[in-house]
Every structure is written in structure tokens, then in C-alpha cells.
Design a protein around this ligand. Sequence first.
Ligand code: ATR
Length: 289
Amino acid sequence: MIDGKTRLCGLIGNPVEHTMSPVIHNTLAEKCGHNLVYVPFQVEEGRLAEAVKGACALNVLGLNVTVPYKSAVIESLVETDELAAHIGAVNTLVRTDGGYKGYNTDMTGLYRAMTGEGIRIEGEEIILLGAGGAARAVAYLCGAQKAGKVWLLNRTREKAEQVAEEVNGAFGRDVIVPMLLSDYQKLPDGKFLAIQGTSVGLAPNTEDVVIDDAAFYRKIHTGFDLIYRPFTTRFMSLVQEAGGKAYNGLKMLLYQGIIAYELWNGVEITEEEAGLVYEKLRQAMGLFA
Ligand code: ATR
């Protein structure tokens, strides 16, 4: 029941009509018995600052931020969490007295998704594919969570080198080793956790994959693709065919939402509740497929 006490949360971005975040937050509100609704807002180019200010004036409790505003929104915040400030991207705004504080729950969500599957970052040897916005954030997460070494493979060498320089500088050690994607045969021996952070393989181009060589996949004990559409990417299939375990990005999506919800409402979501939301997300994905 929407009444005089209903709190509002939402998503700002452009476009927003394919978002699954309303499924996450409205399900959680119902399960937790919170009087809260979550709505997507399409914000036109040049109107971001106005939108954040307006949301604050309207007493909006919290906002998620998506493409293309994750970096630009930082200017409109009163405070930014340390990891999010390092990454330079914010996906969650939490209301405080003077305005909104920004967080990056994409990364804390990825970490929670991985931990939940028993995947460790600390001390691990990691292959990270990509050096775009998403992969760059993963590189920071790996630095923050004390990864052993991260072999960062990217098609464009300069971008890999730039991410390595930034992240290694931020953590004061050579955690990221930049490499050209086509040099993957020069990777050291051993077994790796591989995180697929490029946009290659995303629907509708479901047959695409950055590396298509069985020998590469034999180096991978666990593959984590940030993509969740399709549910099983070609990268994941290749990892599985070589005997490794493979995960998609749907639990990352789930936990970025759950952590945002926890920040907005000052609650802890149980694994049982998370499981219910995950099932709803899977159903919703079916509708979009
Ligand atoms: P996102 O925000 O999803 O990270 P992005 O910042 O545009 O998107 O980054 C896309 C990533 O996918 C980059 O690492 C890009 O490689 P380049 O830095 O060389 O552009 C990678 N990528 C995209 N298409 C690719 C392709 N066909 N082969 C290899 N890498 C590709």
C-alpha cells in the first residue's frame, strides 16, 4: 500500500527501461515489510546535477546510478566512499544530512558474490580480461582485497598499462601486471582465477569470446564472467569444457542491489532473503530473453 509514509528509492541513468533493479528492491521491500518503492528515472543528458538536487529536495531515500552517469555523478555528492573514490565510479547514493554519499556496490557486490561461491581474491593469482570501466574497478577490488598478482590482459596495451599504473600507485605495490591480450601464451605456468571483464560475449553477440584457445582455458580453475546475459557465456562454456568452475555476473547484480538496500535501510539481508530475490531475478531474465 502506498501511503503518506512511503519512502522512495530509484535508479537514474539513460536508458533505464531494461533495468532489473526494481525486481531486487521491490521484492526486498515486500519481504522485509518496508514501506518503500523503487522506480527507474530516465535522466536526459545535461540534467544529472538537477536530478540529484531534485531527488534530495523530494526526500528520496536512495538512488542507484547507471550508464552513463557513474563517474559524472561524483561532482553532485557531498561525500564519496574511499573505494568508490579510487575507482572513480559510483552506483549507489545514500541520503545523508546535507545531500548524498556515493558508494560503489558493484565492487562490494562482486566481492560478496565471489565469497558466497567460495572464491577467494586474497593471495590469489588472477587473470583479468579487459581494462574498460568494469575491469578497472575489478582491478581496484583485487588491489584492495590483497590479490597475489593480477595479470591484466587487454586488446589495447595502453589502457592496460594505465590501469596498472593507477592501481599499483594506489596500493603501493606491483599487484597488476599489464599485458596485451594476444600475448596470453606468455602467462606463467599455474592455475588461475579468471575474471572476464570485457563486453565481449554480451547478448546478442553470444558466440563471441576474447580468447578461443582450449590451452588458455586449461590454466583456469575458476572463471567468473561479469556478463549475465546470456546466462552461460561462451567464456563460461570454455572454462567448463576445460574442467574449471564457471560463474556469471547475476549474483554480482544481486549483491550490488542487496548492499545498496542495506545501506538505505540500515538492515542486513539474510542469505535466505537473497536467495528469494535471486529466483525472482532469474524469472525476470527469462522474460527478457
Ligand atoms: P565497460 O564499461 O563494460 O567496461 P568499456 O569501458 O567500453 O565497457 O570497456 C570495454 C572493454 O572490452 C575494454 O577492455 C575493451 O578493450 P579495449 O580497451 O582494447 O577497447 C574490451 N573489448 C571490447 N570489444 C573487444 C573485442 N572485440 N576484443 C577484445 N576486447 C574487446
